[in-house]
Design a protein around this ligand. Structure first.
Ligand code: MN
Length: 203
């Protein structure tokens, strides 16, 4: 497929490929962003080419194809395109600081403390069996930590995603091998972009 025919394109990373070192290596981003994310974009474009689905914006495509038995491939690739773009923005080399006041208040209301919120995220990310994602999402007016298998994500239950951590093995295996808890803790302590989370909360 030529670039001009492609409906969806791989968005730029919001930082250099080595910007997240030493928590996440440039080599991991080279494969995770450059190969895995790119492949989801390419597969999605191939699957929807010449069909009415090619007219739909990405989020609509995800919601419309969720649990449609004949659209599993479209859903999986569309959701993975969205999830990865979101995940890159949830991370930042200057991350890991405390959330701003409005977000902090919401976190304290839902979890009691910022520490407890991070503990729940750690628990969700480390107990998701197999591939998937851990999330902080807005359910009505309340923050909630969840986990999803494979490509599933909060938009399909009409919740607003605020933060995600990719727990597919490809997200950490080159750097941490089987030590998923070490990857999750390092991301929570050093890379989470709470300013981005606060922006999503206000959006
Ligand atoms: Mn991934």
């Amino acid at each position: 497929m030529s670039q001009e025919d492609a409906v969806h394109v791989l968005p730029d990373l919001p930082y250099a490929q080595n910007a997240l070192e030493p928590v996440i290596s440039a080599r991991t981003l080279e494969f995770h962003y450059g190969k895995h994310h790119q492949t989801y974009v390419d597969n999605l474009n191939k699957l929807i080419k010449g069909t009415p689905l090619a007219q739909k914006p990405l989020e609509e495509l995800i919601i419309d194809t969720f649990r449609q038995p004949d659209k599993v491939g479209v859903f999986n690739n569309a959701a993975q395109v969205w999830n990865h773009t979101f995940y890159w923005h949830c991370l930042n080399p200057a991350g890991g600081k405390e959330p701003s006041q409005a977000l902090m208040q919401k976190i304290e209301t839902a979890f009691g403390s910022f520490d407890e919120c991070k503990k729940e995220l750690f628990s969700a990310a480390t107990t998701q069996f197999g591939s998937g994602w851990a999330w902080l999402e807005l359910d009505g007016d309340r923050l909630k930590v969840t986990k999803t298998p494979n490509a599933e994500m909060p938009l399909t239950r009409n919740n607003k995603p605020l933060l995600t951590i990719d727990v597919w093995e490809h997200a950490y295996y080159l750097d941490y091998q089987n030590r998923r808890p070490d990857y999750v803790q390092a991301v929570l302590d050093n890379l989470v972009n709470w300013d981005f989370v606060a922006e999503k909360l206000e959006a």
